[in-house]
Design a protein around this ligand. Structure first.
Ligand code: ZN
Ligand code: ZN
Ligand code: ZN
Length: 371
């Protein structure tokens, strides 16, 4: 897909309208997913100021360090209509912010994950401006993925599926989790990702810790192994997929019992996705069969999270989120069962809510995979 489809120029104007509607005079966006969403620029976050100044009305300005001007100009940003200005090392860049705003401001929306040193410097530069979060404005835009964004997520899904499909090459009893993870990381890059965002290889008792990374512990015969992996594609969009494997031998009988429950729960949760259904109903569809089988306390986390330019973003599939799903929302469905000290399992697919149901972006089998 073309960069212009993925980062269309009219997105800036839509963000400006939303900024005005939210009662903000401008958005101030430092390097991160919001800046990339609006301009396509994958900016380097550093101590030197890079900032998109997006007034509710008027010309958007991208302030960059002089040494990063070539990178900014080579990015899709100029095609979106932003004016680029730069500041050399040793010169205070903050007067450029005031100039780009073109007048006094009462309220600004800052990138949610802006560094504190920049938040405070902007407060000193604009002492009369109330600081709010840019997500007040951008959340609604980013939660509805365009067809080009869905295509980018599908491409990421296919890339991570290709890695899972090769797991038998690496995952064997006697190898440590770290050794297996190194092979997986190389394969994540080989499959087309530009960065490896995380590699969880959690065997046996480590599988009971949902965010275990890796360890030097060798994988045992017949042990269940939770493998949760993801990366970022050149498009900026991300993958995230979990499968549970058994490395040779027979897994414990109690594990087989609850894996069957988990599999049913994940299928039921995916099947519940369609426009108008609330995010929390999708969570409940996973949770109810797990609770009915007596494993409710072992399902330690929400069912899922949105995904896009960030690995975790809205919508969150969690009790209390009564927001109705709509076509174009993309998120994970990843119930898990974790028995402390013994083993655990998780099944995770990225799905997209479509106009009449759901589309899975991960398509490798979700049944327990014996290697
Ligand atoms: Zn997680
Ligand atoms: Zn995951
Ligand atoms: Zn996830």
């Amino acid at each position: 897909m073309g960069t212009e489809e993925l980062y269309p120029p009219q997105r800036l104007a839509a963000a400006q309208r939303a900024t005005a509607a939210a009662g903000l005079d401008a958005l101030l966006l430092s390097p991160g997913s919001d800046l990339r969403y609006l301009t396509g620029y994958d900016a380097h976050a550093g101590e030197r100021l890079t900032l998109l100044v997006l007034p509710a009305e008027g010309e958007p300005t991208l302030i960059v360090p002089t040494l990063e001007r070539p990178a900014a100009e080579a990015s899709p940003a100029p095609a979106t209509g932003v004016r680029i200005v730069d500041h050399p090392d040793g010169v205070d860049p903050y007067p450029l912010v005031t100039a780009a705003l073109g007048g006094p401001v009462g309220a600004v929306g800052l990138a949610d994950r802006m560094w504190a040193e920049q938040v405070l410097a902007l407060r000193a530069t604009l002492p009369d401006a109330r600081q709010r979060l840019a997500s007040e404005v951008l959340r609604e835009l980013r939660i509805h993925k365009s067809p080009a964004e869905i295509a980018a997520l599908a491409e990421a899904g296919a890339a991570i599926d290709a890695v899972h499909a090769r797991m038998g090459e690496w995952l064997r009893p006697g190898r440590t989790e770290v050794e297996v993870a190194a092979d997986i990381a190389a394969a994540i890059r080989a499959a087309g990702h530009v960065t490896v965002d995380f590699v969880i290889v959690a065997a046996g008792p480590n599988g009971a810790s949902p965010h275990h990374g890796t360890s030097d512990r060798p994988i045992g015969v017949g042990e269940p192994v939770v493998v949760d992996i993801g990366g970022t594609m050149p498009s900026g969009y991300r993958s995230d997929c979990t499968r549970t494997y058994v490395a040779a031998g027979r897994p414990p009988a109690d594990f087989l019992d609850y894996y069957a429950v988990l599999w049913e729960a994940q299928c039921a949760s995916v099947a519940a996705v369609r426009p108008g259904v609330s995010a929390e109903a999708v969570d409940a569809a996973a949770r109810e069969p797990i609770e009915a089988a007596g494993y409710g306390d072992a399902f330690l986390h929400r069912t899922g999270h949105g995904i896009g330019l960030d690995g975790h973003e809205e919508p969150y599939v969690v009790a209390g989120n009564d927001r109705p799903l709509a076509a174009g929302m993309a998120f994970s469905v990843e119930p898990g069962i974790y028995l402390a000290g013994r083993h655990g399992a998780r099944i995770e697919d990225i799905v997209v809510c479509t106009t009449d149901g759901v589309r899975r972006l991960n398509t490798t089998p979700t049944e327990l995979i014996a290697l």
